[in-house]
Design a protein around this ligand. Structure first.
Ligand code: A2P
Length: 393
């Protein structure tokens, strides 16, 4: 009999098919088909390089097995199989503990597998894949930032016609850029967060919006930002099963973002604005950009009543003013942040530049400690309860 082994796996329900792990793995143990991203047990040497780069924690999975799951088996999975009962083997617990320790170390105390809010609606995931993408028609492409700002951020509207394409706020979709790479292979899809609510950019239309920044040399962002009305594009997804909003109308949302990281928060805010339920949960946003004319949706945001959304718009390059980041404003508003941190109804969402994560955590730590709370314990408990969500890139 084989002795039990630990096998590193990816949760196909939570994975958003960004392929970052596959690009990071130094031994090419991670691969994909049209359906799933999977780990080859024969090649994986548990170096853990793929762990911290995964934006969802879908890669924080393993099973103790007697015979490793093959690639073909993993390609077929819609969900991860439960840990099989492999009998009275004394090695299993030790293997489990060893893997948990490796993961904790790889995350260096941060990150980790996120959970959906307890009251979130059940999302549809992976309805369309590389082999069978949906076709969407472009019905809008508006520039959100001024020409002088040097930043070109677009509001893109996609219509799915008769194809079902259900999305929840906080989910992403993939866009497949046309053409092939230098090896003649089709390009992999690039992921974009949906910035409209579940009932459509226009209520009760089968459409959605994206917030896309043109990146210099960006293959897909230039393709998307140059799309014309009527163009047809290939779409995969929807993806993401944890960065979702609670349905509970008394849940309080604290949203921290930079630039296009604001996309899901536009969706959250519109969802709350459109739902008739009412409720006591407030929305607070800390939103950082270089200047007002490079802050996506600056004009429309101004029209959202403070009663619905408490807005802290923070600018780092305003002429004549000191550089300010979101974490600086959180410190300036520490009483309000402390009040949110102390409330079990609060959900925290962080979305945008990877670089801001550390500064934002430092602000949370300092504010927590000023009220006698240990930040790590608070954060880990919130994450466990599906109340702490990070999506940075
Ligand atoms: P800056 O680039 O002026 O230092 P971008 O325009 O590149 O999308 O960035 C959005 C905003 O995030 C900018 O105001 C940028 O400031 C800011 N930013 C850059 N680095 C960090 C960081 N480490 N923490 C918080 N905000 C940051």
């Amino acid at each position: 009999m084989n002795k039990p082994l630990k096998q590193h796996l990816i949760d196909p329900e939570i994975c958003i098919r960004c392929y970052t792990c596959e690009m990071t793995c130094p031994v090419e143990a991670i691969t994909h088909d049209d359906n799933n991203v999977v780990v080859d047990a024969e090649k994986c040497d548990f170096c853990m390089d793929c762990i911290p780069v995964c934006p969802t924690g879908s890669i924080d999975e393993w099973r103790v097995v007697e015979t490793p799951y093959s690639l073909d088996e993993q390609f077929e999975w819609q969900e991860l199989p439960a840990q099989a009962d492999i009998g009275e083997s004394s090695g299993v617990e030790a293997l489990d503990d060893a893997m948990a320790a490796l993961l904790a170390e790889a995350h260096a105390g941060a990150g980790g597998k996120s959970k959906a809010p307890a009251s979130a609606a059940k999302p549809s995931v992976n309805l369309y894949n590389l082999g069978k993408p949906a076709t969407a028609r472009v019905t809008g492409n508006f520039r959100l930032t001024s020409g002088e700002s040097g930043s070109d951020v677009r509001h893109i509207i996609l219509d799915f016609g008769a194809q079902p394409f259900p999305v929840l706020e906080g989910q992403s979709i993939g866009i497949i850029p046309p053409g092939t790479d230098k090896d003649g292979k089709a390009h992999l899809p690039r992921l974009y967060s949906v910035s409209s609510p579940r009932d459509g950019e226009r209520p009760n239309f089968n459409n959605l919006s994206l917030t896309v920044k043109r990146e210099e040399q960006g293959l897909c962002s230039n393709y998307v930002c140059d799309l014309k009305i009527g163009d047809e594009i290939k779409v995969t997804g929807p993806f993401g099963a944890t960065f979702l909003m609670p349905e509970d109308p008394s849940a309080r949302l604290l949203m921290v973002c930079t630039g296009t990281g604001s996309a899901p928060f536009r969706a959250f805010t519109m969802r709350r604005q459109r739902s008739k339920a009412g409720g006591s949960g407030d929305l607070t946003m800390f939103f950082g950009a270089r200047t007002p004319d490079s802050l996506p949706y600056f004009g429309p945001l101004g029209k959202v009543p403070e009663k619905l959304l408490k807005k802290h718009l923070v600018f780092s390059r305003q002429p004549g003013q000191p550089k300010e980041y979101v974490q600086h404003r959180m410190m300036a508003e520490q009483d309000a942040v402390a009040d949110l941190l102390a409330d079990p109804r609060t959900h925290i969402y962080i979305c945008g530049l990877r670089g801001m994560e550390q500064g934002v955590e430092e602000a949370f730590r300092s504010i927590s400690e000023s009220t006698g709370q240990a930040w790590e314990a608070t954060r880990d408990a919130m994450r466990d309860e599906g109340r702490y969500h990070v999506e940075t890139y």
